[in-house]
Write a protein that binds this ligand. Structure first.
Ligand SMILES: [Mg+2]
Length: 288
């Protein structure tokens, strides 16, 4: 393909005639309105293994308005590939791996430069995020220089004992997130925050938290943002709305997850928009 025509058009006013076959709407695409939707998953796109009705259509409407969608979850149990598959299979939206960011990635990013021997109390999402950054893992409390804690469905007294010993020995204590509960099949279940609290109690040390609303995950989000306004969409005021507040991003609360009414929003975290469901969001927000 020759670029001669475009070069001429750019340098000579006498030749500013569109070439045959050039779609002028593509040529002016740079002027299109753009924005970012930083979208939570659990309680927004699905609840456990049940889709929020109409969520996929709403995401496509937001995209056709000019928004780029980034899914940001505090769930650290799954790999980004597994999360992308879940968004496709349950949510009905074909998400690419680049559109997924989890608190496991945020925790691993904190350790990326030092690459300390790290003990994991959590799921394969953490293990893969550490592996992807060549961070070595260990189960030995005397050699661990960091402990990363997330939701661990095989959590036990033995793991609590080892993690607390490593932290008392001076290992850095990093929590993927401190969500005490999460909505799932059959109701509300204990989250990573419940396990983190046990290790905090046993070690006497407070963790550095990587996920929403904290700075490690905000840094990773900012690396992926496109031009235009940023809208955080979520169901949990303490994580989603607090993150928006910390960065002065816009916030939209959906009532399909943890918060089910305006009354569930603590003072100081009031969102710009409250919608029953993400289905109602495209008519309420615009890119710039
Ligand atoms: Mg949520």
């Amino acid at each position: 393909m020759s670029y001669g025509g475009l070069v001429e058009a750019a340098t000579s006013s006498a030749k500013q005639v569109p070439r045959k076959g050039v779609n002028m709407s593509e040529v002016v695409a740079g002027d299109r309105r753009q924005g970012n939707v930083v979208c939570d998953l659990d309680g927004v796109i699905y609840r456990g293994s049940t889709a929020i009705e109409g969520a996929a259509d709403a995401l496509r409407q937001l995209e056709s308005k000019g928004f780029t969608i980034l899914f940001v979850t505090n769930n650290s149990t799954e790999t980004v590939e597994a999360t992308a598959s879940k968004v496709a299979e349950i949510g009905g939206y074909e998400a690419s791996v680049d559109q997924i960011l989890g608190s496991a990635e945020a925790a691993a990013s904190i350790l990326e430069s030092d690459k300390p021997d790290t003990m994991v109390v959590g799921g394969r999402g953490i293990v893969e995020a550490l592996s992807a950054r060549s961070i070595p893992m260990t189960d030995d409390p005397s050699s661990a220089r960091a402990v990363v804690v997330g939701l661990d469905r095989e959590f036990s007294y033995t793991k609590l004992d080892a993690a607390a010993a490593a932290i008392r020995n001076g290992a850095r204590f990093i929590a993927t997130n401190t969500d005490i509960t999460f909505p799932g099949a059959g109701g509300i279940h204990p989250g990573a925050g419940a396990i983190v609290a046990a290790i905090e109690a046993a070690s006497g040390v407070r963790p550095l938290v990587a996920g929403k609303p904290h700075s490690a995950i905000r840094t990773l989000i900012k690396e992926r943002l496109k031009p235009g306004p940023v809208w955080v969409v979520g169901d949990r005021p303490e994580t989603d709305l607090a993150m928006a507040r910390a960065e002065r991003w816009h916030a939209a609360l959906v009532l399909t997850g943890i918060a089910t009414s305006e009354k569930d929003v603590p003072k100081g975290l009031e969102p710009d928009v409250i919608v029953e469901s993400i289905v109602n969001l495209p008519e309420r927000i615009d890119p710039a």
